[in-house]
Design a binder for this molecule. Sequence first.
Ligand SMILES: NC(=O)c1ccc[n+]([C@@H]2O[C@H](COP(=O)([O-])OP(=O)(O)OC[C@H]3O[C@@H](n4cnc5c(N)ncnc54)[C@H](O)[C@@H]3O)[C@@H](O)[C@H]2O)c1
Ligand SMILES: O=C(O)C[C@H](O)C(=O)O
Ligand SMILES: [Mg+2]
Length: 658
Amino acid sequence: MASYPYSSTSSSDISTPRSISPSSSAGRSSQSSVSNINKRMSISSSRRISAANPMSSVDIATIEEAMRMANLDTMRGYTQNTPGEVRQHATTEYLTQNQALGYQVLNEPLWNKGLSFTPEQRVHKNLTGLLPHVMEGADKQTERALKVIRTRQTSIDKYLYLSNVKSNNVDLFYRLLIDNAREMMPLVYTPTIGDVCLQYSTLYTRPEALYISIKQRRSIRTMLRNWPYPNPEICVVTDGSRILGLGDLGVNGVGIPIGKLALYTAAAGIHPGKTLPIVLDCGTANETNLKDPLYLGMRSKRVSVAEQQTFMDEFMEAAAEVFPNMVVQFEDFESEKAFNYLDRYRNKYKCFNDDIQGTGAVVLGGYIGAVNLSGVPIEEQRLVFMGAGSAGVGVAKQLVEYYTKRGLSEQAARDKFWLVDTKGLVTKDRGDKLAEHKKYFARTDNNGHQFRTLEEVIEYVKPTALVGLTATFGVFTESVVRALKASVDAGGLGRRPILFPLSNPLTKAECTFEQAVTWTDGTVIFASGSPFSPFTAKTGDGHAVTYHPNQGNNVYVFPGIGLGAILAKAGRVTDSMIYTSAAALAGALNADEIHKGLIYPRIERVRDASLVVAREVMKAARRDGVSMLPEAQWNEWEEWGDPALEKYIKEHIYDPVL
Ligand SMILES: NC(=O)c1ccc[n+]([C@@H]2O[C@H](COP(=O)([O-])OP(=O)(O)OC[C@H]3O[C@@H](n4cnc5c(N)ncnc54)[C@H](O)[C@@H]3O)[C@@H](O)[C@H]2O)c1
Ligand SMILES: O=C(O)C[C@H](O)C(=O)O
Ligand SMILES: [Mg+2]
């Protein structure tokens, strides 16, 4: 038998080939993590080998032998890959079974345990001498990383350091993120990720996603198959056309799928090897990018809506074919496309739109608690939305559903909402051509009057709640906020205004937390999209009072929605799975949080919240008949109740161990 490059193993060493489970929802249990790591390692090895010795030079008989040894049928069932890919897997299976060189272990981020390797592991994995002598647990290694992060001056520098940790040692990265959520989340997610996206082409050092350009549309399947981790379960995809409130950033928007997927792992425990970030490069309208010599995307104007639609159809079809178990989350597509794609694909593929549905659910979850605190009964609430885009309309629709579930007619529920955009109150007779998604909320009871400014709308509506989804800093001015407070508490009953400036990143927030507290004399019930710091104010008698903001960000629901859909093996993501996530979130606050007057769980408890959300999403999938889990499994859970289901979820989630 011909020997492989780097191989000196005799054939008897491969007599018990590692099998790859066809049905593994792997990656979450420790056993399956190992299997993933093995597979990933196989791929690293194959790269190393092919660089030095192209596959074509390998003796074909040896390949056939390796394929036989590696149980080709099982593997074909698992990967559904091309014969060439199966061959590659087979070959590398054979090699890595025996060839895990120490430096390969250290260079593989999913294998590397940093300084945690035990003396036995160091010997066994040929690591002796490749690491400093000390053996450290998670505490020491995170302490070291935190020390470095805290000495870095800018958020971007901190991000870059963290990103480096992620590409070296995935477990350490997630330990840092999970155990220090309040400090780390703003670095890997909003607001820092906004700055990262703005500069992505300059900061770029290594690929971290799939970059699929419309020019390569004939190779979508090949590109998907090139992703080095097998069978991803969750994909976040953007076309970069509306990144946070920063507009069209083109391929630079890829930071958002990367950041969101880091939170899928940190906040819901989806194994990092099962996440797939994708940017679809369809050009960009961003002149700065187009002129930037370092810009990494296609240097051309964005393609037409129709052309992108066809490309999107091709992408969705290919993704479902190559990764049939994968849930797709649409992220930061500009409004028109966001609504179109959701409508077009929701009944055909496992997908949802985070900006429309996730945001709708998270705001509803917070709104339920806010109404309780406000002193204004739910029936008397009147809501003004500043911003009528994908998020504004998505949220308003979710709240309409809440009201209808509480017994209001759809018309009565809809009448509680006044949506405002750049042209003023959205009315049917405003005189401009309303975008399709705004029509549902266009008012008809304005008697021909048009209200152009937010002040005019507040004067007219006398709202109890004001929601900002405009991507415009400062539109909640002092006079607006004071008018809101006055309209809520006209009777002097101590009723509190609900004020949600939800736009991201912080530079786009409609007002700051300090302003909201000051202009409402501390009465505000506040949630913002990106995190504000607590604010300490002096009272009239010289005392200091510290106010704590809420973060109303879809991170409280999308990880749990995705996890629930995956674990339930849901064939579709239904409306009631989304709605349920809101109700579950509202019920996830603990006694301390309720006592402190919070409307969302503290961010340190986002993992607890995701667990509850995932559990309820799974149950909703079952109720809607879209869960493909065996009947017997559901019978067992229905018999034993939530604790049994929670136990199952916990057993299937990733918790990094160092
Ligand atoms: N907190 C969260 O979880 C969350 C979730 C999704 C979106 N967002 C944020 O919401 C913002 C909007 O997102 P989108 O997808 O709806 O964007 P979009 O572009 O679809 O909609 C923006 C809307 O705001 C209106 N608008 C813009 N400037 C305005 C102004 N000065 N006065 C009145 N209306 C104005 C536009 O007419 C449009 O209707 C973004 O900043 C995004 O980051 C936050
Ligand atoms: O990305 C976020 O922080 C929330 C939301 O999806 C957004 O687009 O702003
Ligand atoms: Mg978004």
